[in-house]
Design a protein around this ligand. Sequence first.
Ligand SMILES: NC(=O)c1ccc[n+]([C@@H]2O[C@H](COP(=O)([O-])OP(=O)(O)OC[C@H]3O[C@@H](n4cnc5c(N)ncnc54)[C@H](OP(=O)(O)O)[C@@H]3O)[C@@H](O)[C@H]2O)c1
Length: 319
Amino acid sequence: MRAIVVSATGGPEVLTCSDCPEPELNPGDVLIDVTASGVNFIDVYHRIGRYPLSLPFVPGNEGAGTVAAVGEDVEGVSVGDKVAWANVMGSYAEKAVVPVSHLLLLPEGVEPEVAAAVTLQGLTAHYLTHSVHEVRPGDDVLVHAAAGGMGLLLVQIAKLRGARVIGTVSTEEKEELARQAGADEVLRYRGFADAVRDLTGSGVHVVYDGVGATTFDESLASLRPRGMMALYGQASGPVPPVDPQVLAKEGSLFLTRPTLGAYIATRDELAWRASDIFGWVASGDLRVHISRRYPMTEAARAHEDLEARRTTGKVLLIP
Ligand SMILES: NC(=O)c1ccc[n+]([C@@H]2O[C@H](COP(=O)([O-])OP(=O)(O)OC[C@H]3O[C@@H](n4cnc5c(N)ncnc54)[C@H](OP(=O)(O)O)[C@@H]3O)[C@@H](O)[C@H]2O)c1
């Protein structure tokens, strides 16, 4: 089979397409013919070595497709089933092996390509809005990079929960997309903390910040007393060490740096979040914006575009 293989960390050029042996099927594993693989910012962090992995590796943490074979001890999944997964490496490939414990059966009305676009970011947006901070009707919520893959989902889900949503974006085109997703107010980054205070008076209840280095300080300054700073990513670079005293100074704030793995740690939690996300997709309550589909062989171009802020919504690789 063909797969993207990273043999040395570095720029997008290290994403090379190679012929590889099919992955081994151990007990509890399922072999999948990949329909589409989701591209996520974490794939960039793996590629450049910011989150170190042993080399060589096949990147990609999200995909969807059709079950091609099942290993011993697999129950509840059969050859031909349409499935998706997140948080298991190796999706930039024609075939992937996923433990059945991480596999999600797709319900009627959710096609594999859409599932490859919404599983990882949908689960993440779910835990951020339901568990890290339970968004309530009337909450003021700030979402950075509101037209990105995570951003468009966070805006829609926060609106479903009755919040007033303020988004930040870098361009007019992105502003339009964020508004279409339901954002009530859309700002540019420069001076956003002052603008948020003008809009809300005392600040927002929660900031969803996946941008990191360039937004962190102003994100804290955008919060109301006892507000929640959910620093869930670092698209602009890592945040330098923080003096906890700043949380006191800005108003007894909470700061968390959550990861998806900790919020889908049990099968029940994974199933709850996935059933909400796929349910909203099937009912039309959650729209999935796939902006770009690249042949898998052009994974390097997909990463270049994501890193250069040229993409909106979801980016897919098609094997
Ligand atoms: N912790 C978790 O569980 C978890 C799970 C999934 C994703 N994440 C994080 O969520 C964030 C968003 O991921 P995504 O895959 O949905 O990406 P994305 O938002 O589609 O793309 C990143 C966006 O960040 C904004 N940005 C601002 N400054 C940037 C810079 N210097 N370089 C690049 N982008 C910049 C850009 O939007 P503008 O041009 O509008 O600024 C860009 O389009 C990432 O930090 C990712 O690691 C975390």
